[in-house]
Ligand binder design. Structure first.
Ligand SMILES: Nc1ncnc2c1ncn2[C@@H]1O[C@H](COP(=O)(O)OP(=O)(O)OP(=O)(O)O)[C@@H](O)[C@H]1O
Length: 354
């Protein structure tokens, strides 16, 4: 297991700054996802770590050794891409053996390691098949086995599930995560799918415009976003801009339109007259109009299987709320909204000004 450190890593393509001095430590055996919109620099980060792109400035260290100038083949990395990039004229066995043959591993050992890798990804019955006779998920498992069979120190995965249909993607998510835990390999995973990042990772690194906006556990990124932009990118976020009634040792008290107050016990920025707070859709409950802290009217109702989604018009703007299927509100109904102040998250200063 290897620790990966990016130290003030910069990458320019001509005048385009793809990475603006990013720093990140990935621990031994950790599964870290790079998450962000298209063009934010996720793939560039991965390519720099793999050595497929030269870096402009900064350093990349594996176990504290600077490998920034090493050739890709000397970095001890396994990589899986969105396009499986299997050799079409080789069987599954031959695809897996190729990297080991290139490394002049003895024949008997190749046979053993290939058999073990094939078993790991449950493809033993398909050993003699050619890639075009395999499903997308099976091909992706071959790609994964081919990366792992060389027993690399680090596994890099660039949107490996993007070409699979939704059901297969769900299956492969669990499969990759279980395999990674079993093998214990340090893994960096690129995705623009927040569900994928949240369900698979020990830590999620949210990137915008070549910079790291937050690197934290999935729970922290979701419940305690570092900025309004992170809050809006990761899941649905209701942002309420509320006047501060008072700040004291107990926390910050804000006033909702209509007069109800909420005491926010989490630390809030000081010296402001207003506070922007985030409430996730499932952190707001709907009740009858006379009982809620904020009055509203159901504008839209969407049944989505496990729960119901509502768009509710309020004096704080439209709010997105999810509720249980056992509770029924119809479009046009007057409702009351209740907030749990312990779960409201005050957003930092800098973003409040935007
Ligand atoms: N070979 C290249 N030449 C010039 N600019 C590039 C090159 N590769 C990437 N870029 C630019 O660098 C920035 C980061 O690109 P990158 O591919 O890392 O983004 P990404 O987050 O992986 O996006 P996506 O999710 O669309 O793959 C973008 O502005 C992109 O246009």
């Amino acid at each position: 297991m290897t620790e990966v450190s990016l130290r003030s890593l910069q990458k320019f393509y001509g005048k385009t700054a793809a990475l603006k001095a990013i720093s990140l430590d990935v621990n031994h055996g950790e599964f870290v996802s790079l998450l962000g919109p298209s063009g934010c620099g996720k793939s560039t980060t991965l390519k720099c770590i793999a050595g497929f792109e030269d870096i402009t400035d900064g350093r990349i260290c594996f176990d504290n050794k600077d490998i920034s100038r090493k050739l890709p083949e000397d970095r001890d990395i396994g990589m899986v891409f969105q396009s499986y990039a299997l050799f079409p004229h080789m069987t599954v066995t031959q695809n897996l053996a190729f990297g080991l043959e290139m490394r002049h591993v003895p024949k008997a050992e190749i046979a053993q390691r290939v058999a073990r890798a094939m078993e790991m990804v449950q493809l033993t019955p398909y050993a003699d098949r050619y890639p075009k006779k395999l499903s997308g998920g099976q091909q992706q498992r071959v790609a994964l086995a081919r990366a792992l069979v060389i027993e690399p120190a680090i596994l890099l995965l660039d949107e490996p599930l993007a070409n699979l249909d939704a059901k297969l993607r769900d299956e492969m998510r669990g499969f990759i995560r279980d395999l990674q835990k079993r093998v214990g390999i340090t893994t960096i995973y690129v995705t623009h799918d927040q569900n994928e990042a949240m369900t698979m990772s020990d830590r999620v690194v949210v990137m915008f415009d070549g910079e790291i906006a937050q690197a934290a556990t999935p729970e922290d990124v979701y419940n305690r976003p570092a900025s309004e932009r992170v809050a809006r990118f990761v899941g649905n976020a209701n942002i309420l801009d509320l006047p501060i009634a008072r700040t004291d040792a107990q926390g910050t008290t804000v006033t909702l339109p209509g007069g109800a107050t909420l005491q926010i016990t989490r630390p809030a920025p000081s010296g402001q007259s207003r506070l922007r707070v985030m409430a996730r859709p499932e952190q707001i409950t709907l009740t009858s109009a006379d009982l809620g802290q904020l009055p509203g009217r159901i504008e839209k109702r969407y049944f989505s299987g496990g729960h119901v989604e509502y768009s509710v018009a309020t004096d704080c703007g439209p709010l997105f709320v999810t509720g249980p299927t056992t509770q029924h509100f119809a479009e046009g109904d007057s409702v009351g909204l209740c907030f749990d102040p312990a779960r409201l998250w005050p957003l930092p200063d800098a973003e409040s000004a935007q």
